[in-house]
Design a protein around this ligand. Structure first.
Ligand SMILES: O=C(O)CCC(=O)C(=O)O
Ligand SMILES: [Fe+2]
Length: 314
């Protein structure tokens, strides 16, 4: 089971223990779930409601979309006796992204206000989680945030992706979302508490990220892996399509600015050779995050190592 961590314990007698659990979540799993994270349950309920309503307004669009058309074609070919293989180029999902400077859906009427409030809360939570990572990594408080904003010269990226994974008659022939690691920094996921489907790859096995009502799932992307010089590896994950239920997930991405330069933190690289287990030599290049994203969009569903190599050569 993915670790479930009580975030409120950071402010009390059990702080050391809570820090250690988060360190373990980052080092061993790359994914963990936070409960008692301070986001009001009432707000989460409203987020569920407006997101589901917004999907209902979009449902016809999904039914006319590429994945539906491609799966129908595949099933037709199969019924004519052809041996068919799982679709490789599409995901069984309906998605849109919210960013501060882009237009948002205006329906249902409560959508904008609710999601604005939610994003403000989540941005604060992301920054708290990043400060815990700073502390656990032995970095100065605010290090990650500062790195993501190019030393305060730019604004870190904060986007929220609202996804639905509608019921699928043939989950053997298409994934909800194909396996990948996330490109960016810290990802905060408010997943469906009824319909599962998210899995992570750990020690060669796919494990469910079990739905826990009211929790926020945290995972780290490729940039935290680079910054931590490999201490916190970004974890492969995927979403399986399911026959029943329309899975909702709201993922918020706290990423570097496209203009920020990312590299392993100097404190985590080599030089302290006198300690028993020397810090690793630098295993990652230094690059501009926008260049990384140019590579990522073409290679999202492939291994991350070639992305680091490609960006090192730029
Ligand atoms: O919908 C989910 O549960 C996961 C989404 C995800 O992995 C992503 O957007 O990168
Ligand atoms: Fe992801």
């Amino acid at each position: 089971m993915i670790p479930v961590i009580d975030f409120s314990r950071l402010h009390g007698d059990e702080r050391v223990q809570a820090l250690a659990e988060i360190a373990n979540g980052c080092e061993e799993w790359g994914f963990f779930q936070l409960v008692n994270h301070g986001i009001p349950e009432e707000l989460l309920e409203r987020v569920k409601k407006v997101c589901s309503e917004s999907y209902q307004l979009r449902e016809e669009g999904f039914n006319a979309s590429n994945p539906v058309r491609l799966l129908n074609e595949l099933v037709d070919r199969e019924s004519e006796g052809e041996a068919v293989k799982k679709l490789k180029d599409v995901d069984w999902e309906d998605v849109f992204v919210l960013q501060d400077d882009k237009p948002w859906p205006s329906n249902p009427p409560a959508f904008r206000e609710t999601m604005k409030e939610y994003r403000e809360e989540l941005r604060k939570l992301a920054e708290k989680v990043m400060e815990v990572m700073d502390e656990n990594l032995g970095l100065e408080k605010g290090y990650i945030k500062k790195a993501f904003s190019g030393n305060g010269q730019h604004e870190a990226f904060f986007g929220t992706k609202v996804s639905h994974y509608p019921p699928c008659s043939r989950p053997d022939l298409v994934d909800g979302l194909r396996s990948h690691t996330d490109a960016g920094g810290v990802i905060l996921l408010f997943q469906d508490d009824q319909v599962g489907g998210l899995q992570i790859l750990k020690d060669g096995e796919w494990l469910d990220v079990q739905p826990v009502k009211g929790s926020i799932v945290i995972n780290t992307g490729d940039q935290i892996e680079v910054l931590s010089n490999g201490r916190y590896k970004s974890t492969w994950h995927r979403v399986l399509a399911t026959r029943h239920g329309n899975r909702r997930s709201v993922a918020s991405f706290y990423n570097p600015s496209l203009k920020a330069t990312i590299a392993p933190a100097a404190e985590l690289v080599a030089s302290h050779t006198q300690v028993a287990a020397p810090a690793a030599p630098s295993s990652y290049p230094k690059f501009v995050f926008g260049d990384y994203m140019d590579v990522y969009v073409k290679q999202k569903f492939q291994a991350k190592e070639p992305r680091f190599e490609a960006v090192a050569a730029m």
